[in-house]
Write a protein that binds this ligand. Structure first.
Ligand SMILES: [Fe+2]
Ligand SMILES: [Fe+2]
Length: 154
C-alpha cells in the first residue's frame, strides 16, 4: 500500500473515532444518572485514546490528521441528524452497535492490507483499537439483549 493511501485510511478512522467521542459524551449526558451513562463516558475515554494514537501515527508517517466531516450519517443511510439523537436506550445501543461494527470491519480490512512495512506500531494501534471496539460491541449487544428481555416481561 502507498503511504498516501494509508494516510487517507487512517484519516477515515481518525474522523470516525472523533465522531464516536462526541457521540458517547452526548449519550452519557443524555442518560445521566444511569449506569449506562457511566459506561458511555468510559467508552468515550477509550475512543479518545484511539483518536490520540491515530493522530500520533498519522504524524509519524508524515501526515497531519484532519476531519472528513460527517462520517456517521452514511452508516445510517444518511439520515443521521435523527439517528444521532437516538431516542431511548434501545435505539442508542442499536446505533452504537452499527457504528462499532463498521469500525471493526474497517480495522480488520486495513489490518489485512498492511504488514510491517510502515513499522510495528501501526499494526499494534490497529489491533488494539479493534479489540477495544470488540469489547464495546459485546457490552452494547449484551445490554441490548437484557433490555429486550425486560421489554418482553412487561
Ligand atoms: Fe474506537
Ligand atoms: Fe468503540
Amino acid at each position: 500500500m502507498q503511504r498516501e493511501d494509508l494516510l487517507s485510511y487512517l484519516n477515515w478512522f481518525y474522523s470516525l473515532e472523533v465522531s464516536q467521542v462526541d457521540l458517547y459524551i452526548a449519550q452519557s449526558k443524555k442518560f445521566k444518572g444511569t449506569y449506562e451513562s457511566i459506561v458511555f463516558a468510559r467508552t468515550a475515554a477509550v475512543e479518545q485514546q484511539h483518536v490520540d494514537k491515530l493522530a500520533a501515527i498519522i504524524r509519524r508517517l508524515g501526515g497531519e490528521p484532519y476531519l472528513l466531516g460527517d462520517v456517521i450519517s452514511p452508516l445510517f443511510g444518511g439520515l443521521l441528524g435523527k439517528a444521532l439523537s437516538f431516542t431511548g436506550l434501545k435505539k442508542t445501543l442499536q446505533g452504537n452497535i452499527t457504528i462499532e461494527n463498521k469500525a471493526m470491519s474497517d480495522y480488520v480490512a486495513l489490518l489485512k492490507r498492511v504488514g510491517e512495512e510502515f513499522g510495528p506500531e501501526l499494526q499494534t494501534v490497529l489491533q488494539h483499537n479493534l479489540v477495544d471496539e470488540d469489547v464495546h460491541t459485546a457490552w452494547f449487544v449484551q445490554r441490548l439483549t437484557d433490555y429486550e428481555l425486560l421489554e418482553l416481561k412487561d
